[in-house]
Design a protein around this ligand. Structure first.
Ligand code: NVA
Length: 319
């Protein structure tokens, strides 16, 4: 058996996802209680793309777990350019307790994970942002009154249906047993394989997943309203053509009025007020974006605690 990794939202089972979310709530209440990285053991936090929350929350989180966060600038290291992903994997894998990576292709993180004996965490790829969705599920659970209230709750996402957030909502929401509706233009649907995987998970968990162009239908009775930038990292060259198709999917006050009266608004940030969301919504009373950003810290600490415990149990079993 190889060590467990968190490469996408479906890398964990429904029971495992619940366990991690409960742990996230526990470590939020007592931040320094768990110290599985005491030593300190190092965790590499490697990123090939811009970052604020990812660098901050992983580095603070690793320190709070008693460890040493080793931030590695992927551009400086030249992963896949100056040296191959495989060679980087072999070097990092011998020196750190876990590897966190934000990169482009999902194939890059899968290759790295296949070559190391320590847990690898996806801190965003072009296809998925599963750590963000763990934080979002924690935020939703706090609003709904507990992790077991996630099942059956409706999350509606508006905007780019083909990006990492939409695809992670589909998978992560399906694992949690939620109703996930992605409202997106026809040309920006999630990858067929991702939707098929979400549907297969939903058939087991009781979740419902759907993709629609009907904004009103998506919004009706939604308890969690989400959006994301229309121009993801790496798409900056297409910024102009990526604007008009999404205008009808902007989350504004009128859209929020169609959702459940007690709906919350979430956004992974960075946000562009006046594009995917109005200032009135993101800065308004229904917004939970600052709790959500803070929950990156707690959810990722819980994930690391869980992954390190899995790796330790495996070492014991083999030893
Ligand atoms: N979809 C966005 C998420 C940023 C955290 C991007 O990939 O740039």
């Amino acid at each position: 058996m190889t060590v467990r990794h968190f490469l996408k939202d479906s890398s964990v089972s429904p029971a495992e996802q619940s366990e991690i979310l409960r742990l996230a709530i526990e470590v939020k209440a007592d931040r320094l209680k768990r110290q599985p990285l005491a030593g300190p053991q190092a965790v590499a936090v490697l990123t090939d793309k811009p970052t604020l929350r990812t660098q901050l929350s992983f580095c603070v989180g690793v320190a709070e777990l008693g460890g040493y966060p080793m931030f590695v600038d992927g551009k400086l290291a030249g992963v896949g350019r100056r040296e191959s992903v495989a060679d980087v994997a072999r070097v990092l894998g011998r020196q750190v307790a876990a590897i966190v990576w934000r990169t482009y292709g999902q194939d890059r993180i899968e290759e790295l994970a296949s070559l190391v004996d320590v847990p690898v965490v996806n801190a965003l790829t072009d296809d998925y942002h599963p750590c963000q969705v763990l934080a979002d599920l924690q935020t939703a659970a706090e609003h709904l009154g507990g992790v077991d209230r996630l099942a059956g709750a409706k999350l509606a996402y508006f905007g780019d249906g083909a990006n990492n957030m939409a695809q992670s909502y589909l998978l992560g929401g399906a694992v949690a047993g939620m109703e996930v509706v992605i409202a997106t233009p026809g040309d920006y649907r999630p990858k067929a394989a991702v939707l098929a995987e979400a549907e297969a998970i939903a058939a087991r968990t009781g979740a419902k997943v759907a993709v629609t162009q009907d904004v009103a239908e998506a919004a009706v009775s939604a308890q969690i309203v989400a959006t994301d930038t229309w121009v993801s990292m790496g798409q900056e060259g297409d910024a102009e053509e990526r604007r008009s198709p999404f205008v009808p999917y902007r989350v504004d006050e009128a859209l929020m009025a169609k959702a459940s009266p007690d709906a919350i608004f979430i956004h992974c940030l960075p946000a562009y007020r006046g594009s995917e969301v109005t200032a009135g919504v993101i800065d308004g009373p229904q917004s939970r974006v600052w709790d959500e950003a803070e929950n990156r810290l707690h959810a990722q600490k819980a994930l690391l605690i869980w992954l390190l415990a899995q790796a330790q149990a495996q070492t014991r079993a083999q030893g």
